[in-house]
Structure formats: C-alpha cells, structure tokens
Design a protein around this ligand. Structure first.
Ligand code: NAD
Ligand code: DAU
Length: 360
C-alpha cells in the first residue's frame, strides 16, 4: 500500500485526480491537503469523502509549521502538488498570493520532501511557463522558460526550485506541464465554465480582444490519468508535457459551445483584451507518447458535451460558487473592465482584497 499527499485536491484538476485514484486504485491511500480558498470546494470530493483510503486535512502549504505537523502525523511515500493560485486575470490584479502559494508553498513541500526522504515528488506545472508562440511550432520540454503573466512567472519559479532541489538535495522530483484543462467542477472564472454558465442564463459571453488567441484543450480527467503515470513511471529530474493536440481559437471554442447548447451567436460580446495576453500555446507531447504510450482519448466536442451536461445538472453547485465574493470579482474584471484595467496599469494596488476569502 502506498500513501500519497495530494495538495489542492479540492480544486478543479486536483479533485479529478483524487476521484480518479480513489475510484481506480485500491493500493493507494491518500491525504488531500487544501486551504479551501475561493477555488477549493469540498463538494468536488464529496463522492470520496467517506472512503477509508481518503482523508482531508485543511491547511496552508505556504505555512512551514503546518507542513511539518502534517508530515509528523503521516508517513508519505509520495507527493503530488496541485495546489496553486491559478487564474491569470487574478494574478494581473494582485500577484502576492501567487508568489506566496506557488513559490513559497512549493518550497515548504520540497524542504519536507528532502528531510523525510520522500520516494517521488510530482510538481504539477503548466505550459504557460514557456511563454507565447507565433502561428507555428510547439513547446518541447527543453524549450527555454519565458513566462509572461505573474501567474506563469510564479509557476516557472516553482519549476526552477524543484529542479534545483533535484540537483542539490537529490529530491526525486519531476515536473508535468499540461495545456488548458476543461471539464466538470471548473470554477467559473476560466473561459469554458464562464461561457457555459452564461449561455445557460442567456447572458453575454465575454471574449477578450479579437478572440483569435489559441489554446490546446484537454479534458481534465485525461490530465489526471497522465499524472498517475507520472507518479508511477516518471523519472526524477525530468519534465513531461501533457496535451491533447487539439488547438482552438477562443472564437472556435465559443461557437462550439453555442452550437452544442443551441444558443445564438449574438450572445458573444467582445471585451477589451487581457494585458500581456499570450497568443498561442501548443505542446509537443511525443515524450509521454513514446515513454508511457499515453495520448488523450477524449475529443474536444465529446468532452465539451459532457461538461455542458454536468453544468446543466449542477445548477446548485454553480449557485453556491457564484457567491458574494465571486460577484465582486466579476464586477471588477467584467462589468467595470475598462476602469479596472486602467487602474491596474498605473497604480500598484491590490484590486482584489475582499475577493480573496478562505472558506471557514
Ligand atoms: P484550482 O484553482 O481549481 O484549485 C487550486 C486548489 O489549490 C484549490 O483547491 C485551493 O483551495 C488550493 N490552494 C490554493 N492555495 C493553497 C495553499 N496555500 N495551500 C493549500 N492549498 C491551496 O486549480 P486547477 O485549475 O485545478 O489547477 C491545479 C494545478 O494544475 C495548478 O498547479 C495549476 O497551475 C495546474 N494547471 C492548471 C491548468 C488549467 O487549465 N486549469 C493547466 C495546466 C496546469
Ligand atoms: O495553459 C494552461 C493554463 O490554462 C493554466 O496553467 C491556468 O491555470 C489556466 O487558468 C489556463 O490559463 P488561460 O489564461 O489560458 O485560461 P483562461 O480560461 O483564463 O483563458 C483561456 C483563453 O480565453 C485565453 O486566451 C483568455 C480568453 N478568455 C478568458 C476569459 C476568462 C476570454 O476571452 N474571456 C474570458 O472571460
């Protein structure tokens, strides 16, 4: 029996991984350690909550003493670090929680891994660390890091720390870098759940700039399947790209959602662009195809249809997460977009203070 620590397992992708591992692997015990920020939600892991192989611990991975206590109480064989601040738009308004959780939080885990002689450490990173592509080419694992947003910079810094701990302290860590995820349980601040939940209510669907930015979309459960392979077969010190090969412009994404939901294209609303908006991401995933025989098996339209069905059946979940702090965030980033972007361009202030609430 292996015992693993999963951080951020109450979030979107972390909860997919938690549900997947508990459902499919009877030989793995798990502790889900999560701060339950605005993005963390215990309803995402409701189906495993009473499973004897699963335990939830509420805590902050950027608090070293909390991590020390956690490791005194549990003997972990491996760590999978999903926990992070993850939304680019929020990082533009206030980078402080990104630096704290994504960099200092990862450092706290690495320190503990070093002292406890953990057998495997999987750092969940992102394709955004590579920066932006033109109309051709794809990021390889050895593409130099060139992050654009504060979010991407904080993830790149964490990646460099991980690689430094591999070299200096022989921590057996590896890094996965995945493309854009979508699927059930995604917090409605990211593109696809915003579009679906707005279309459900016949509200305008906000598209930044000209809508021609390109992302490579992967169904989150497919990402989870690859992360389990990384845990079991990944080599310390290595980086692994994870993607679907399905590149779409944002306009193609919104049109496909409107088609599947039988809603008119007149709902699309172009809004001022995100500052520093990366134009295109694309991943070369030949390494994991070759080494693990992994490729994504869920096509974009099928995954999108399943995602739409899930949101339609979970209006109570949507209502709950679109609480007062969500509405305050939405007001700043969308309703008062021009004003907010103008302020964030000129004044060094935290525009999100009352929207960063940790759940009790
Ligand atoms: P999310 O925002 O949905 O969830 C993040 C989780 O981390 C939440 O449950 C939150 O409560 C928890 N958390 C935040 N700060 C914490 C702290 N200090 N201590 C403990 N827990 C904390 O994120 P997601 O979209 O599921 O992303 C998960 C990981 O995958 C992140 O590392 C992200 O960078 C990476 N990633 C995301 C995508 C994507 O498209 N969403 C793509 C590639 C990589
Ligand atoms: O590529 C992986 C990354 O994907 C992850 O590391 C991040 O955690 C995750 O948030 C995601 O980043 P993006 O910035 O690509 O995702 P987002 O859903 O915010 O935006 C996707 C595209 O849609 C991007 O081009 C911006 C655009 N967009 C986004 C929102 C929220 C809009 O046009 N309108 C919107 O309202």
């Amino acid at each position: 029996m292996m015992k693993i620590l999963v951080t951020g397992g109450a979030g979107f992708i972390g909860s997919s991984f938690v549900r997947f591992v508990i459902r499919t692997r009877k030989d793995i015990n798990m502790v889900n350690f999560d701060l339950l920020t605005y993005a963390g939600n215990l309803r995402n892991v409701e189906e495993v909550a009473t499973n004897p192989r699963y335990q939830f611990v509420h805590g902050d991975m950027a608090e070293r003493t909390q991590i020390q206590t956690l490791f005194q109480e549990h003997c972990f064989d491996a760590i999978v670090n999903f926990a992070a601040e993850t939304h680019v738009d929020r990082s533009i308004l206030d980078s402080a929680p990104f630096v704290r959780t994504n960099i200092e939080g990862t450092r706290c885990l690495l320190e503990e891994a070093r002292q406890r002689k953990i057998a495997k450490f999987v750092q969940i990173s992102t394709d955004e660390v590579y920066g932006s592509l033109g109309s051709s080419g794809a990021f390889r694992e050895d593409t130099p890091l060139d992050p654009t947003s504060p979010y991407a910079a904080s993830k790149a810094a964490a990646d460099l720390l991980v690689l430094a701990y591999v070299k200096t302290h022989r921590v057996p860590a590896l890094i996965t870098r995945c493309s854009n995820n979508y699927g059930p349980y995604q917090f409605p601040e990211k593109l696809i759940p915003i579009l679906i939940t707005h279309a459900m209510e016949n509200r305008p669907l906000p598209i930044y700039g000209d809508g021609l930015n390109i992302r490579e979309w992967i169904f989150a459960d497919e990402h989870s399947r690859a992360v389990l392979l990384a845990l079991e077969r990944g080599t310390p010190g290595e980086v692994y790209n994870i993607g679907s090969g399905e590149e779409k412009t944002n306009l193609e994404v919104v049109r496909e959602i409107l088609r599947l939901m039988e809603k008119p294209e007149s709902l699309v609303q172009f809004v001022p662009d995100r500052p520093g908006h990366d134009r295109r991401y694309s991943l070369d995933c030949s390494k994991i195809r070759r080494e693990w025989n992994w490729s994504s098996e869920v096509g974009f339209s099928a995954g999108l249809a399943a995602t739409i069905e899930w949101y339609r059946k979970h209006e109570d979940w949507i209502r709950e997460v679109k609480d007062a702090s969500y509405r305050a965030y939405f007001d700043r980033v969308y309703t008062r977009r021009d004003e907010t972007l103008a302020i964030s361009a000129t004044q060094p202030q935290n525009l999100l203070s009352d929207t960063y609430k940790t759940r009790p």
